[in-house]
Design a binder for this molecule. Structure first.
Ligand code: ADP
Ligand code: SF4
Ligand code: MG
Length: 363
C-alpha cells in the first residue's frame, strides 16, 4: 500500500483523492443510459428486456492537489482520461458516468467535497469560484448571441446587478484578455471573431467572476502556433494579475512546460508520474514520460527526420492489461510488470513515479 504523500505540503485549493470514473456501457461499447438511482439496464428490441452492461474505468485511483496560485499541468496521450477528470471536477460528466473518491475544494473558510455538493451549491461554485475553458470555443459559445451579452450573462448568473453594470463588467473582462476595442467587439457575434479572439472571449467569460481555479482543457490545441503562444502568454499574465490557480490540460508536453509549475502525467486513466516541472523534464522517472519527452522537438532536433514516437497505442478501456498498463509498449518491462498495477514510488521529494523497475531504490 503506498502512501498518499504526493499532495503538496501547503493547504491545497483543490485536493483530488482516489478519484475513479466509471462508464457503464453495453457489450458494443454504447453508453448505457441510467435514470438516477435506477439499476443499470438498457432496453433491447423486446420491451422490458435488459441488455447486460459492464463498467469501464476511464480513470482509476487518481490523486493530486493544486495549491493556491499554482499551475498543475496534466499531460498524456489522447484517451488517457484528462478531459473526464476535468469534467468530474466541474461536475459536468454525462449521467452514465459514476464518480467515486473525493474532490475537495477550499472555498473561503470551508472545504467542500464537490461530488457530494447539492446541484444548487455546485451551480453557484461553477462559473464563479471554479471555471473551465475548452479546446473549441465555438462549441461553448452561443452563435446567435453577442459575445458581450454572453459574458454579461455569466456575470448576472452569480451577481444581482443591473444589466448595464453586467455589460460594463463584460467589456472590462474583454479588456483584461487584451481584445482590442472591447466595447465595440462586445457587440460582435462569435462568427465575426477569429479563433484566437473567440478563445479570448471564452477566457473573459471564465475569469469575469474572478475564479480561484481555472481548468483549461487543451485551450490552444485548435489554434495555430503564433496564436497559441499569445494565448499561453495571456494565461500567464492573468495568473499573475488575479492570482489564479490552474489545471492546465494538454496532450503536448512542450505546451505544458511553458505554463506549469508541476506536471502530472497520465497513462490509460492512471497517474504515472507527478513532480516539479524541472524534475519531470530533467530526470523523468517513468518510461512513458521518457517516451513523451523524446517526442518533443528541441533546438538540437534534426528537422529532416521524423520525430520519435512511442511505438504502439494506449490500450482500449475494455482491454486493459492486468498489471502496468504501459507494459505492452515498455522497453524496461520485466515479468512482474504483468502481475499487478505497480505502486507510485517517491523518487525524490515531491516526485512520484509508478515504476518500481526503473526506480528500484525508491520507496
Ligand atoms: N461518455 C463516455 N462514455 C464512455 N466512455 C467515455 C465517455 N467519455 C469518455 N470516455 C472514455 O474515457 C476515456 C478517457 O477519455 P478522455 O478523458 O476524453 O481522454 P483525454 O482527454 O485524455 O483524451 C476514453 O477511453 C474515452 O473513450
Ligand atoms: S512497471 Fe514495468 S512495464 Fe510498467 S513502466 Fe515500469 S518497467 Fe515498464
Ligand atoms: Mg481531452
Amino acid at each position: 500500500m503506498w502512501r498518499h504523500c504526493y499532495h503538496e505540503a501547503v493547504i491545497p485549493l483543490l485536493d483530488v483523492r482516489q478519484l475513479s470514473i466509471e462508464f457503464h456501457v453495453t457489450a458494443s461499447g454504447v453508453a448505457a443510459p441510467r435514470a438516477a438511482g435506477q439499476p443499470l439496464r438498457l432496453r433491447s428490441g423486446q420491451a422490458g428486456a435488459a441488455v447486460p452492461t459492464r463498467s469501464l474505468f476511464a480513470v482509476g485511483d487518481l490523486s493530486f492537489s493544486i495549491a493556491p496560485r499554482e499551475v498543475l499541468g496534466l499531460v498524456g496521450e489522447s484517451g488517457s482520461g484528462k478531459s473526464v477528470t476535468s469534467l468530474a471536477i466541474m461536475r459536468l460528466l454525462p449521467p452514465q458516468a459514476r464518480v467515486s473518491g473525493e474532490i475537495l475544494f477550499a472555498e473561503s473558510s470551508a472545504v467542500r467535497n464537490l461530488p457530494r455538493l447539492s446541484d444548487d451549491s455546485m451551480r453557484q461554485l461553477r462559473g464563479s469560484r471554479l471555471a473551465m475553458i475548452f479546446q473549441e470555443p465555438m462549441t461553448a459559445l452561443n452563435p446567435v448571441m453577442r459575445v458581450g451579452d454572453q459574458i454579461a450573462e455569466a456575470v448576472l448568473a452569480h451577481n444581482p446587478l443591473p444589466k448595464r453594470e453586467a455589460w460594463h463588467r463584460a467589456v472590462d473582462a474583454m479588456n483584461d484578455v487584451a481584445i482590442p476595442e472591447p466595447a465595440r467587439r462586445a457587440r460582435d457575434y462569435p462568427h465575426q471573431l477569429s479563433g484566437g479572439m473567440r478563445q479570448r472571449v471564452m477566457i473573459a467569460m471564465a475569469i469575469v467572476n474572478r475564479p480561484q481555479l481555472l481548468i483549461a482543457d487543451e485551450p490552444t490545441t485548435a489554434l495555430d502556433v503564433t496564436i497559441q503562444a499569445q494565448i499561453l502568454e495571456l494565461l500567464a499574465e492573468l495568473r499573475a494579475k488575479f492570482g489564479l490557480a490552474m489545471l492546465f490540460v494538454s496532450h503536448d508536453l512542450a505546451v505544458v512546460s511553458q505554463v506549469a509549475d508541476r506536471v502530472a502525467v497520465m497513462y490509460a486513466g492512471n497517474l504515472v508520474e507527478l513532480g516539479p516541472k524541472r524534475e519531470i523534464f530533467q530526470a523523468p522517472a517513468h518510461p512513458y514520460t521518457r517516451g513523451l519527452l523524446h517526442a518533443v522537438p528541441d533546438l538540437k532536433t534534426d528537422r529532416n527526420r521524423p520525430l520519435q514516437t512511442i511505438e504502439g497505442a494506449v490500450p482500449p478501456l475494455q482491454a486493459m492489461p492486468p498489471g502496468c498498463a504501459f507494459e505492452p509498449r515498455c522497453g524496461f518491462r520485466v515479468s512482474d510488470c504483468q502481475r499487478a498495477m505497480p505502486p507510485l514510488v517517491e523518487v525524490s521529494a515531491g516526485h512520484w513515479a509508478r515504476c518500481p523497475v526503473v526506480n528500484p531504490g525508491s520507496t
